[in-house]
Design a protein around this ligand. Structure first.
Ligand code: FIX
Ligand code: ZN
Length: 411
C-alpha cells in the first residue's frame, strides 16, 4: 500500500469498526428518566455549566433555581450566541446536531427542541448507536445510588447493548458512612474493621456483582491515593476488593486524580484535577499479580509514568483520555505516547458520556485522531518494508476500540 492508501484504509477502518465504550454514565432504557438525552440535557452538561459560569455574574443559586430549560437557555445564550462555541464541549453539541442532520447555522433553539420531542427513547438509543457506531456501552452502576437501586431490586429485561460496571466510590472514599449503609442493609460490618467486616464487604460486593452481572468493579480516587497505606481505602482494597476480584475473576478499575468539589457552588461541575503517584498503581499491580487492574489518570503529568507502569505489569490495562484530557490536543499526545510505548495493548478512549446523544460527538471527535496517529505508525512500518494488510489493520483497530479490553477481562 502507498502511504496515501494506508492513511485512507486506516481512516475508513477506524470509522467502520464498532466501538465497545468501556466507561460511560449512560443507562439501559429500562432505567427511564436516568437515561438522559436531547437538546436540553446536552446544553446543561456539567462541562458546559462550568464554562458558562465564566460569563455570568449572577449568584450561583439563581442559576440552580432555574428550570432545566431555562438553564439550557442561559447556557445557549452565554456560550453559543454571545461568543463562538469553540471549546470542545460546545463544539460537541454542534457535532451531535450536525450528525442528526439538523441545521446548526439557524441558531434556532426552539425548533431544535421541537425536533427532539418527536423521538421515543428506545428508538433514539438505536439511532444514536448507529450514528456513533457503538456496539456496547458500559454503564456506571452504584449500589449506593438511591435513584437506580429500585430498578435493580425490581429486576428488568436487560438491553444487550448496555453492560454494567460496579461502582463503589462511597465504600472506598467515605467508609464511615458506607459502613452505616451496609449495616442498614444487613451486612455485619463495623467501622473499625473488627469481626467479620471484610468478609461481609466481600459478600456485599458479590451480591451486587451478581445482581448487575458487573463486568468490572470501579472507583474514582483523589490525587492523594496511596497504596499500601494506613487508610481505610487501602485496607478495604487489600482485604475485600482484591480477594473479591480473585474469586470472581473481576478486574478492578481505578480512575485516579480527581479533586472533588474544589468549587461546591458549581455542583457536579465543581471537580478539579491533581497529579497523583503512579507508584501506588505499580505497588498494587506488584502486590496482587493474580488480580487485574484497569487504570486511567486525570492529570496530564501522570500519563507517561502510567504508560511505563503498563510496560512493567501485564495485569494492568490502561484506558481513556478522561474528562479534562478528552480534548483533541491531549488525545493526540496521549494516544501517540501510548502506541509508541505499549503498542496495541491499550484502550485509547472511552466517552464518559452522561447524555446519550454525546456518543456521536465523543466518538466522531476521537476516531480521526486515533486514525491519524495509527496511520503514522503504519507508515513508519511501511518505510521499513513491513506492509500492513487490510485485515491486520482491521484486527488492530478492533483491539483498540474495545477488543483488547474484552481480551484483558477474559484472561
Ligand atoms: O468519576 C467519574 O466517573 C467521572 O467521569 C465523572 O464523575 C465526571 O463528572 C465526568 O462526567 C467526567 O467526564
Ligand atoms: Zn465517568
Amino acid at each position: 500500500m502507498s502511504t496515501l492508501a494506508i492513511r485512507q484504509t486506516v481512516t475508513e477502518v477506524v470509522q467502520k469498526t464498532p466501538v465497545f465504550d468501556i466507561h460511560t454514565h449512560l443507562y439501559d432504557p429500562a432505567f427511564g428518566n436516568l437515561l438522559l438525552w436531547g437538546i436540553d440535557e446536552l446544553l446543561v452538561y456539567h462541562y458546559l455549566v462550568a464554562e458558562s459560569f465564566r460569563w455570568m455574574d449572577a449568584p450561583y443559586d439563581r442559576f440552580w433555581a432555574l428550570t432545566k430549560e431555562q438553564q439550557a437557555d442561559a447556557i445557549w445564550e452565554a456560550l453559543f450566541l454571545k461568543h463562538s462555541p469553540i471549546s470542545e464541549a460546545c463544539r460537541g453539541v454542534l457535532t451531535v446536531l450536525n450528525q442528526l442532520g439538523l441545521d446548526v447555522n439557524k441558531r434556532d433553539l426552539p425548533s431544535l427542541r421541537k425536533w427532539f420531542k418527536q423521538w421515543k427513547p428506545e428508538d433514539y438509543v438505536t439511532r444514536i448507536c448507529e450514528l456513533a457506531n457503538v456496539r456496547k456501552i458500559a454503564m456506571t452502576n452504584s449500589p449506593f445510588d438511591d435513584a437506580e437501586r429500585p430498578t435493580w431490586d425490581r429486576g428488568f429485561t436487560r438491553d444487550a447493548r448496555f453492560v454494567a460496571a460496579l461502582r463503589i466510590d462511597p465504600l472506598l472514599v467515605d467508609w464511615p458512612n458506607a459502613a452505616k449503609r451496609l449495616a442498614g442493609w444487613g451486612y455485619k460490618v463495623s467501622e473499625d474493621f473488627s469481626g467479620q467486616t471484610f468478609g461481609e464487604v466481600r459478600r456485599f460486593l458479590a451480591d451486587w456483582t451478581k445482581k448487575f452481572d458487573a463486568q468490572y468493579c470501579m472507583v474514582s480516587l483523589p490525587p492523594e491515593f496511596d497504596f499500601p497505606a494506613n487508610t481505610a481505602t487501602s485496607q478495604l482494597i487489600e482485604h475485600a476488593i482484591m480477594p473479591h476480584g480473585r474469586e470472581h475473576g473481576q478486574a478492578f478499575a481505578l480512575m485516579i486524580g480527581v479533586k472533588r468539589a474544589v468549587n461546591p457552588q458549581l455542583q457536579l461541575a465543581g471537580d478539579s484535577v491533581g497529579a497523583a503517584d503512579v507508584g501506588a498503581v505499580e505497588r498494587l499491580c506488584a502486590a496482587f499479580p493474580e488480580n487485574k487492574f484497569l487504570c486511567t489518570m486525570l492529570a496530564r503529568e501522570n500519563q507517561h509514568a502510567l504508560c511505563i507502569a503498563a510496560r512493567k505489569f501485564r495485569n494492568l490495562h490502561i484506558f481513556g483520555c478522561w474528562w479534562f484530557l478528552n480534548v483533541p490536543g491531549m488525545i493526540e499526545e496521549i494516544t501517540r505516547m501510548r502506541l509508541e510505548l505499549i503498542g496495541l495493548s491499550v484502550t485509547p478512549q472511552h466517552s464518559d458520556c452522561r447524555v446519550l446523544d454525546q456518543l456521536t460527538y465523543k466518538w466522531a471527535h476521537s476516531r480521526p485522531i486515533i486514525a491519524n496517529v495509527l496511520a503514522d505508525k503504519y507508515e513508519d512500518l511501511a518505510a521499513t518494508g513491513w506492509q500492513p494488510t487490510r485485515s491486520e489493520i482491521e484486527r488492530d483497530v478492533h483491539s483498540l476500540l474495545g477488543g483488547a479490553f474484552e481480551d484483558f477481562l477474559a484472561r
